[in-house]
Structure formats: structure tokens, C-alpha cells
Write a protein that binds this ligand. Structure first.
Ligand SMILES: Nc1ncnc2c1ncn2[C@@H]1O[C@H](COP(=O)(O)OP(=O)(O)OP(=O)(O)O)[C@@H](O)[C@H]1O
Length: 724
């Protein structure tokens, strides 16, 4: 309502003021009527600006609908349309200027068009600012972020400054040469149309051929150099990002989906390098070209050039609206395709579960539904494209008709040759293409900047568990102390998992952690491995906090064999010597023998060179565990952590491995096990229940005590043989 009142008030005032001024001008104005239209327009602009300012203050219409920049734009269009159209008509068609007498009725349609188009513009093309940390977005904020991101991308491109500079030089050359071609085409038409002069014809045709060749050659070099820079930049960014990602703490990987990380690495890095190399390439080419084309057009006919300016906002608006809808639907299509891919991956990955629940048909139906969604989205995308092409063709055609109409007038009055008109129309068609590209590229660049911001977010992320310790003592005793450690997982900070836990692993002794499932045993190990940092308390190794130790050193001195050992799709040797540079074949074999794995490896066709398949898929559970134990032992660790590491082993293998471990001099062992056999021989047993240490001692002491451990062992005899 306030918006309508505003425009109504402006209209009434303007109509009254214009009527009065027109009457005064018609009676007293001594100069030409052309200058009268301009002075009248300026007076109206001044008056309306003052009145609008006051009205805006009084009415205070809702922001977003009527911002000062909209009002300024509306006033400019309202007041300047009339003098611009009068001047154009006068210059092109020599029509005399006529100060409007029926002012109210001539202003009304103009107002209606302005208000409706303004509202439509606001609805269709609002500025979408980048949200700041408080969720509030500002226009300046969005631009600033885009500028910053582009600046950073530019800095990452510095190593490619030689190919990039070369590319820019070729770009300019190609554009300059290209621009001469329509000019000479017009010249050829003029020569053929008038008295034929052979020498002149050959000179013009040769020049045209020369410029064409030079432009093609330069364009090729420009494209090649830009693509080279782009490929190099993408590779550099990916390596940098991968390096940053793998250094993040484990909590980061728990809270971030794998798909998100791979998408940052694959799609977003490519998108951001495209923004600097490809987009800047096309953007600059189009910009230089538009400027050059307009110079040529001005040279051929300034009157027609003024006329083409009408086309500019229409083309830009059409392209902007198209970009907005098309990009949205393209993103939906991509997401939908990704969902189909994910569904296939998930089903194939869990094919055993699918088979055992006989849900093949349901999975196929789900896939079909997903593909249908993609199909409809693609149809929507194509319809938008068709509508855009139609609108573009219609505006182009309308423009060309107007151009031809005015052109024939100029030719008839001798202001232009027919060759020049042909050249002009060629330039004008091209200029439309490049203006569309400019608008498109601007949007695309901001879009790529969005991808860049996401990548920068990862690149700037500091791991919450830093790995910058420097301590590398010559020898370690392997004495570990948990001191009042309290911990919650980052994903569930409100759920305390360890509550004031304190215990000690004595050097060269075997300590067992036992307790009911979910009590916090694996969590203790994760903290010892520095996967997470405790919120309270500290963990010491030989009296020094774990974070003081050098990352690489620490993990060669502490080896972990987890509950479900992960093997890589590489050979047995590569899996055992994983991460070690100077590990000999003998070391690998010795570790395999100690882990009681040598016998089954020897039976494999390629022995130590045999590939274990994806995630060790070609091996049995017990075999995987033995390779994982060999991988831990080959490092000659000071502290060995076995988290259910022998759960899939038969009694004999487990016994042999235990014998080996007991023979290893100076090794501190921490074992988490549910089997009584594994635990009862430990030097010390720590019972953990619900995140607290409830008992400590050796098997005999704890049995005598008759507490939780005793109950666990009792259950062992009555139930399935497991200590939980
Ligand atoms: N990554 C995680 N994020 C959030 N909570 C977790 C995570 N891992 C474990 N937990 C929770 O922490 C608690 C302790 O788990 P933990 O794996 O340490 O128990 P556990 O004693 O080793 O059990 P089990 O003997 O079955 O392996 C459980 O309640 C579990 O749900």
C-alpha cells in the first residue's frame, strides 16, 4: 500500500509540475525545442528527487521493495525517456521535437511501465547477498567476499604467471584481429556494389584473410595457455586441499560426510580454478570485444549505435533471469544424479544385506524413482532453455528489424553506405552475444567464488588436535598415565563418555582393559592414539603430554591394531610395511612370522606380492587381523595396543601370538579383549564401566574381590564365553 501511495503521489506531483512547465516553455522558451526537452527533464528530475526523499522518510515503505537505488533508477527512467526518445527521433528520422501537451495521459503509461517493470525486477532479480556470520547479508559484504576470494585465487595462480601473461597477450591479439573481419566484409560489399576496382578488392580480401589467420592462431594459443594454467592450478589446489584435509582431527571426519570432502576435492577445486582461468579468459575476451565492437560501430554510424543501446538492458535482463533459473535447475539435476549414484553405490556395497533381506525389487524401484526425478528435472531444465532461446530470438529479430528500418533511412539520406550497414549489423549481432556472455560470466564467476569460499573454509581450518609436537627422545620406556581424563565425542558434546578416568600402563607390562560393551574402552585407546583431545585431564607418555611428541615419531613408537583392521587394496608386503620408507623384505617376513601370518601368506599364489583386494576382501577375518598385527609389529613399537585384535583368531593362533609378544623385550602392551584367555594372564586388569574405572588388579586379586570382574567371569561360564 505504501509503495502504491508513493508512486501515486509522485505521479500527481510530476503531472502537475510538467503541465505547468510545458505551458511556460511553450510561451516563453527562446531556444531550440530539443534543448527544451532536456532542460525540462532535468528540472523534473531535481523536483522529483527532492519530493521522493521527503516522501520516503514520511511513508517509510518496507525495505527491499523500495530502496533508494530503486527510486533513483525509476526517476532517471521516468524523466530521461522523453528527451532521449525525442533526440533519437530527431537525429535518426529528422522528426521535429514536440513538447507534449496532454502531459497527464502521456505520463501515465510511462509510470505504469516503470512501476510494473520495477516491481517485476525486484521480484525476479533481487540481489542475493552473502550472509555474514550473524546470518545478516549485505550487498557490500557479498561483493567484498567475492573480491577477497578472487584475490586469493589470483595469489594461488602466481606460479602460472608466465603462461597466463602469454594467454592475455594472445587474447588481446585475437580479439583485435577478429574485430577487423566484419569491417572488411562491409568493404568487400561496397566494392562489389559500386564500380569494381580489382586492386582494391584484392587488398581488402588479403587483409581479411590475414586478420582471420592471425586471429585463429592467437585464439588457439590463448586457449591452450589458459587451459594449461587451469590444469596446473587445479592440481596444485587439490594437493594443497588434500594435505590440509588429511591433517584434520578424527572428529572432523565424523562430522563431515565423505561425499562432501570428495566433492570439495573434485568439483569445487575444478570450479574455482575455472573461475580464474576459464572465466577470466572468456570475461576479458568478451569485455575487450564489446569495447572494440562499439568503437567500430560508432565509427560506422553513431546514430545506429545509440539505437542499439536500447537492446543492452533487455539482453542483460534476459540473460540474468535465465542464469538465475537455469543455474538453480542445473544444480538440482546434478544433485539428483549424485543421489542416483549414491543409491547404486550403497546397494552394491551392501549387496549381501540386500540379498539376505531379499530387497532387490525395492532397491530397483527406489532407483527407478530416483531416475524419474532426474528425468523430470531435466525436462524442466530444457523447457527453461527453450523459453530463453525463444525470447532471445524474438528480441534479436525485433532489434534487427528496427536496425534495418533506420539503416535504410540513413542509406537513402546518404549518411551511410550499404556495406557499412552490413558491417554494422554483423557487429551488432556479435555485440549481443558478447554482452550475454559478460552477464553470464559475471554470474558464473560469483558462483565459482562460492565454490572457492567452501574450499578456503577447508584450507583455513586448523585441526583441533594439533600435530606440531617436536619431542623425539632417543629411547622410550612406554610408561602411560591417564590423569583425571574426562571426554565427550565432538559430535555429542553433551554425552560424557569418560568421567574422571585415571590409570597407568606400567612399562614392559601387559595391561588389559575389560568391561561391559559401551563402557569406554575403545575411547581410552582413541585418546591414547590422539584421535581426539580430552576436554579435561591429561595423558602422559614417560611423564610428558602426548601433544609434545613429534607426530611421526609418536606413531612409530605406538602401534594400534584395531577392532576391525583396515587393509588397503595393495599387496601383502605393502600392507605390512605401510608408511615405512626403509622397511626391508626380511623385516616384513619376520613381522609376519611373529604375527603367525607367514604360513597362510606362503600358501597364496603370489605370496607376499598377493593383492589383498578392496579392504582386504580376499582374506578371512582372522587372516586380516594377523596382517594387521604384523603391520604393528614391523615398526618395533614401544607400546602396542590391541583392541579386540584377536577376536577372529582361533585359540592356537592367539596363543602363538601371545607367546611372541611375551618374548618381545621391553614392550608395553595394552589389550582390550572379551576372552578370558587373553585377559587372565595380563599383569594388570582395569575394569571400566560406564566411563569410570571401577576395579584394578590382577586376575587373582579381582576374582577374590568378587566385584564387577568376578561377575563378568561368572557370566563367561554361564553364557557364551565372552567377558562382558
Ligand atoms: N565416534 C563416536 N561418536 C560418538 N559417540 C561414540 C563414538 N564412538 C563411541 N561412542 C559412544 O561412546 C561410548 C563408549 O564407546 P566405546 O566404543 O569406547 O565402548 P567400548 O567399551 O569400547 O565398547 P565395545 O566393547 O563394545 O567395543 C558408547 O556409548 C558409544 O556409543
Amino acid at each position: 500500500m505504501k509503495v502504491i501511495s508513493f508512486f501515486l503521489a509522485v505521479f500527481v506531483l510530476d503531472a502537475a509540475f510538467t503541465s505547468l512547465l510545458t505551458w511556460l516553455y511553450l510561451c516563453f522558451y527562446p531556444f531550440s525545442l530539443l534543448s527544451a526537452t532536456w532542460t525540462l527533464a532535468l528540472l523534473r528530475l531535481m523536483l522529483l528527487s527532492g519530493v521522493s526523499g521527503k516522501l520516503l522518510e514520511k511513508l517509510a515503505p518496507p525495505r527491499g521493495w523500495l530502496q533508494p537505488r530503486h527510486v533513483v533508477l525509476h526517476l532517471l527512467v521516468l524523466t530521461l525517456t522523453s528527451p532521449v526518445s525525442d533526440t533519437t527521433r530527431f537525429l535518426l528520422l529528422q522528426e521535429p521535437v514536440d513538447l507534449h501537451v496532454g502531459v497527464v495521459w502521456s505520463l501515465l503509461p510511462l509510470y505504469t511501465v516503470c512501476v510494473v517493470s520495477g516491481l517485476l525486477w525486484e521480484l525476479l532479480v533481487p540481489w542475493r547477498p552473502v550472509k555474514d556470520s550473524n546470518g545478516a547479508g549485505t550487498e557490500a559484504n557479498g561483493r567484498r567476499k567475492a573480491r577477497e576470494a578472487l584475490g586469493r585465487l589470483w595469489a594461488y595462480s602466481r606460479p602460472d604467471k608466465v603462461p597466463l601473461s602469454g594467454a592475455f597477450i594472445f587474447l588481446t591479439l585475437a580479439v583485435i584481429c577478429e574485430m577487423f573481419i566484419p569491417y572488411y566484409t562491409g568493404k568487400v560489399i561496397d566494392i562489389l556494389g559500386s564500380k569494381y576496382r580489382e586492386a582494391e578488392f584484392y587488398v581488402v580480401v588479403s587483409l581479411m584473410a590475414l586478420y582471420s589467420m592471425a586471429s585463429s592462431l592467437s585464439a588457439g594459443c590463448r586457449g591452450g595457455l589458459f587451459m594449461l594454467s587451469l590444469a596446473r592450478l587445479t592440481r596444485r589446489l587439490r594437493v594443497l586441499l588434500f594435505n590440509t584435509v588429511v591433517r584434520q582431527e578424527i572428529g572432523f571426519f565424523e562430522s563431515t560426510k565423505t561425499g562432501e570432502i570428495t566433492s570439495r576435492l573434485a568439483a569445487d577445486t575444478a570450479l574455482m580454478s575455472r573461475s580464474i582461468a576459464a572465466n577470466v579468459n572468456i570475461f576479458l575476451r568478451s569485455l575487450v570485444k564489446v569495447v572494440g565492437i562499439y568503437c567500430f560501430m560508432l565509427n560506422l554510424s553513431w546514430q545506429l549505435t545509440v539505437l542499439t543501446l536500447i537492446d543492452l538492458p533487455v539482453t542483460a535482463l534476459l540473460q540474468e533471469i535465465y542464469n538465475r533459473y537455469y543455474k538453480g535447475v542445473v544444480k538440482d539435476v546434478q544433485d539428483s544424479i549424485a543421489r542416483s549414484g549414491h543409491l547404486v553405490g550403497e546397494t552394491v556395497h551392501a549387496i549381501r544385506t540386500v540379498r539376505s533381506f531379499a530387497t532387490e525389487q525395492e532397491e530397483a524401484e527406489q532407483y527407478n524413482a530416483q531416475l524419474l526425478e532426474t528425468h523430470w528435472l531435466k525436462i524442466r531444465r530444457d523447457v527453461i532453455r527453450i523459453l530463453y532461446c525463444l525470447a532471445r530470438r524474438v528480441t534479436q529479430l525485433a532489434m534487427q528489424v528496427i536496425m534495418l528500418y533506420c539503416g535504410q533511412h540513413l542509406i537513402r539520406t546518404g549518411q551511410m553506405s550499404s556495406g557499412n550497414l552490413v558491417s554494422f549489423i554483423m557487429y551488432q549481432t556479435e555485440s549481443g552475444r558478447y554482452i550475454r556472455t559478460l552477464v553470464h560470466m559475471y554470474g558464473d564467476m560469483l558462483h565459482s567464488v562460492g565454490a572457492a569460499e567452501k574450499v578456503f573454509l577447508y584450507l583455513d581450518r586448523k585441526p583441533e588436535v594439533p600435530t606440531d609436537g617436536v619431542l623425539k627422545p632417543q629411547s622410550l620406556k612406554g610408561h602411560v598415565q591417564f590423569k583425571n581424563v574426562s571426554f565427550s565425542y565432538p559430535s555429542h558434546l553433551d554425552v560424557p563418555v569418560l568421567k574422571n578416568v585415571s590409570f597407568e600402563l606400567r612399562p614392559r607390562k601387559v595391561t588389559a582393559l575389560v568391561g561391559p560393551s559401551g563402557g569406554g574402552k575403545t575411547t581410552c585407546i582413541s585418546l591414547l592414539e590422539r584421535f581426539y583431545e580430552p576436554q579435561k585431564g591429561e595423558i602422559l607418555l614417560d611423564g610428558r603430554p602426548l601433544r609434545d611428541y613429534d607426530h611421526k615419531y609418536f606413531h612409530t613408537k605406538i602401534s594400534l591394531v584395531g577392532q576391525e583392521p583396515v587393509l588397503f587394496a595393495r599387496s601383502v608386503t605393502e600392507n605390512i610395511s605401510f608408511g615405512l620408507q626403509d622397511c626391508s623384505a626380511e623385516d616384513v617376513v619376520r613381522a609376519a612370522q611373529e604375527a603367525y601370518a607367514d604360513a597362510f601368506i606362503q600358501q597364496m599364489e603370489k605370496k607376499y606380492m598377493a593383492d589383498v583386494g578392496e579392504a582386504g576382501g580376499t582374506l578371512a577375518g582372522g587372516q586380516k587381523q594377523r596382517i594387521a598385527i604384523a603391520r604393528a609389529l614391523v615398526r618395533r613399537p614401544q607400546l602396542l595396543i590391541l583392541d579386540e585384535a584377536s577376536s577372529s583368531l582361533d585359540i592356537e593362533s592367539e596363543h602363538k601370538i601371545q607367546e611372541t609378544l611375551s618374548k618381545m623385550q621391553g614392550l608395553t602392551v595394552l589389550v582390550v579383549a572379551h576372552r578370558l584367555k587373553t585377559v587372565e594372564n595380563a599383569d594388570k586388569i582395569i575394569v571400566i564401566e560406564d566411563g569410570r574405572v571401577v576395579e584394578e588388579g590382577d586376575h587373582r586379586q579381582l576374582m577374590e574381590k568378587g566385584g564387577m570382574y568376578h561377575r563378568l567371569v561368572q557370566r563367561l561360564f554361564t553364557q557364551n564365553g565372552d567377558l562382558e
